[in-house]
Design a protein around this ligand. Structure first.
Ligand SMILES: NC(=O)c1ccc[n+]([C@@H]2O[C@H](COP(=O)([O-])OP(=O)(O)OC[C@H]3O[C@@H](n4cnc5c(N)ncnc54)[C@H](OP(=O)(O)O)[C@@H]3O)[C@@H](O)[C@H]2O)c1
Length: 375
């Protein structure tokens, strides 16, 4: 018996945002230890766009499922169901307000000729997306941690292909947390990748503790705005570097000091050495930035493409590559339930506008997170 179909965003080959199209593909089935999630919302991250363009996590995509060969074969059996939407994104969307009023009919174009993309050998065709929030639809063998109907969120499978830009996705239970009761699904989808990056960079690799001093650049971005809140909750002295328009936003997240990066070199305004720099901008691998760090302290650049001056031997330079972790995610959801953390969603797009969402994340000016609404 063939699997039921679902709608998904598919990139047949790497390229610009317009390679993203809506197709019908087989719904995945949970294996042992996995759950099937009915996706309500999928987070959009810079790595999604980098991978779509042929870089990012591209070299890992074929290690998971749906492997591109499997997806190519499935696409060859299903109609081309591209469905352009003219709906506007939902800017600064309030709780749960994201479903388009006139979603394209699922029966449109049913008679269109199937197209049969050949796997390109570089992980494409590919269903993008690693961040998810939704509801457990079915559980695989041996799953007791979650039950049908539970609201969950997670960073799924990263950096292998996972496919959260779809109506359903499967995830191993070890990569999931219950979604915080106080968040909508749209907000919960903003947490996993950015939140785990912030946690793994600061608490794991950065050894951040109470009373330590931390500089966070790109402080209003996806990772930065969560990092500021988490560091403040850990009791650290947070110095946030941000753009003029975002100074008040970042101050409201709990930063003790806010530096406008457009008003001169931020390194000139650090009045005492810091224990940790989290550079989300990728522009601060330079001697003046290293000089702000106390000997034995740490400088962590998040963009894997960041290049610059060599880091001196006097400070440490751990590499961070975010990994799915349901237990660490649970720590973050606990922080949310205590009222000490809240992801900010600046724009929500329907699934049909994934290309527009990618253009927006590629602008490098996102405050908080961009989310795709599914369902
Ligand atoms: N290593 C890992 O595992 C890992 C994980 C997640 C993300 N990353 C990488 O880390 C970076 C940040 O991720 P993100 O999700 O936070 O991205 P994002 O949401 O796109 O961050 C955008 C923010 O970057 C800041 N920015 C833009 N241009 C800048 C400039 N010229 N100089 C300084 N800051 C600038 C702005 O913040 P302000 O206005 O506040 O300055 C902007 O709002 C990305 O390159 C991402 O790929 C790496």
């Amino acid at each position: 018996m063939s699997s039921p179909l679902m709608r998904a965003v598919v990139a047949l080959a790497p390229g610009d945002p317009d390679v993203l199209e809506i197709r019908e593909v087989p719904r995945p089935e949970p294996s042992a230890g996995e759950v099937l999630i009915r996706v309500a919302a999928a987070g959009v991250n810079p790595v999604d766009a980098k991978t779509r363009s042929g870089a990012g996590a591209g070299k890992f995509l074929d290690e998971w499922r749906p492997a591109s060969a499997e997806l190519a074969a499935a696409l060859a059996r299903t109609p081309d169901h591209t469905a352009a939407s003219t709906l506007a994104p939902h800017e600064d969307a309030p709780a749960g307000s994201t479903r388009p009023a006139t979603a394209p009919s699922r029966t449109e174009d049913r008679d269109a000729e199937p197209t049969a993309p050949a796997p390109t050998g570089d992980g494409f065709p590919w269903i993008p997306g690693w961040d998810v929030a939704g509801t457990v639809e079915a559980v695989g063998f041996g799953v007791s941690r979650f039950a049908v109907g539970d609201r969950v969120c997670g960073l799924v499978g990263f950096p292998r292909a996972a496919g959260t830009y779809a109506e359903y996705v499967v995830a191993h239970v070890s990569q999931l947390s219950r979604s915080p009761r106080s968040l909508t699904d749209v907000e919960a989808a903003a947490l996993p990748l950015a939140g785990l990056t912030a946690w793994q960079a600061m608490a794991d690799a950065g050894d951040l503790e109470t009373n330590r001093r931390v500089v966070i650049t790109a402080a209003s971005g996806g990772v930065g705005h969560i990092a500021v809140q988490v560091a403040a909750d850990l009791g650290a002295h947070v110095i946030a570097v941000t753009s003029t328009d975002s100074c008040d936003f970042v101050r409201g997240l709990g930063a003790a000091e806010v530096i406008d990066r457009t008003a001169g070199d931020w390194t000139d305004r650090i009045d005492a050495p810091v224990d940790l720099v989290i550079d989300g901008s990728g522009h601060d691998l330079r001697a003046a930035a290293y000089a702000t760090v106390t000997p034995g302290g740490r400088f962590i650049a998040l963009p894997s493409t960041a290049t610059g001056d060599p880091v001196p031997d006097t400070i440490r330079n751990p590499k961070v590559f975010v990994a799915p972790d349901g237990l660490e995610l649970q720590l973050l959801t606990g922080t949310i339930e205590r009222g000490m953390l809240r992801p900010h969603v600046s724009a929500t797009f329907p699934l049909e506008q994934a290309a527009e969402a990618h253009r927006r994340i590629e602008s490098g000016t996102t405050r908080g997170k961009i989310i795709l609404s599914v369902g």
